[in-house]
Design a protein around this ligand. Structure first.
Ligand SMILES: CC(C)(COP(=O)(O)OP(=O)(O)OC[C@H]1O[C@@H](n2cnc3c(N)ncnc32)[C@H](O)[C@@H]1OP(=O)(O)O)[C@@H](O)C(=O)NCCC(=O)NCCS
Length: 166
């Protein structure tokens, strides 16, 4: 089911809700791909509120709202999708799709021809559906845990083509 989410820039008042979405989405939506220790290490990035807020402020952050904030996504620089997290209660309702539609447009308007994302195994299906192609697989270290990630890339601005390069 796709809902008519409203997309707007992040506001300071959203930070608490964004932090909750970050943690619950990792805990519930990534549990099929990462064990409890890996999820705890991944979630810990939001525990230092100042550092988490500073990471968000380093990018262009959009939130999708329904009756409340349902998800958020951030673009670093012109062409890197840094964060994409949806409240499990709103999962599979199209929030991530509208967030990415908007950030791909922002990236393209800023002059980017290619968008890159370091994608979790829990999100790979979503990015594949959007026309991202699979690149290098690697591991990142988070608070002592190793988490698999895959670099995925999409060519922007190609109408009607699921564009991408490996
Ligand atoms: C990945 C994520 C952002 C998707 O959010 P969402 O709002 O549920 O996604 P959408 O509803 O826009 O999904 C659109 C399509 O993408 C695909 N898709 C979405 N989630 C998927 C999943 N977990 N597995 C496979 N395909 C998926 C489906 O084809 C879906 O369409 P459908 O529901 O009609 O089948 C969300 O599951 C999430 O927050 N995951 C945990 C955190 C995470 O890994 N974030 C990414 C860090 S790189």
């Amino acid at each position: 089911m796709t809902e008519p989410f409203l997309i707007r820039p992040l506001e300071s008042a959203d930070l608490g809700r964004i932090s909750t979405i970050y943690k619950t989405s990792i805990e519930e939506l990534a549990s099929g791909h990462y064990d409890a220790e890996q999820r705890a290490a991944w979630k810990a990035a939001s525990e230092n509120e100042l550092e988490f807020a500073s990471r968000l402020r380093a990018g262009t952050v959009l939130v999708a709202t329904g009756e409340r904030v349902a998800g958020f996504a951030s673009l670093l620089g012109n062409d890197t999708l840094d964060m994409l997290y949806v409240d499990p209660l709103f999962a599979r309702r199209g929030a991530a799709t509208v967030l990415c539609d908007m950030l791909e447009t922002v990236a393209h308007v800023r002059g980017a021809d290619l968008m890159t994302a370091e994608v979790s195994d829990a999100a790979a299906g979503f990015f594949l559906k959007r026309g991202f192609l699979v690149g290098e697989r690697h591991f990142v270290s988070r608070n002592g845990a190793r988490l698999a990630r895959t670099t995925m890339r999409k060519v922007l601005g190609q109408k009607g083509v699921a564009g991408g390069i490996a």
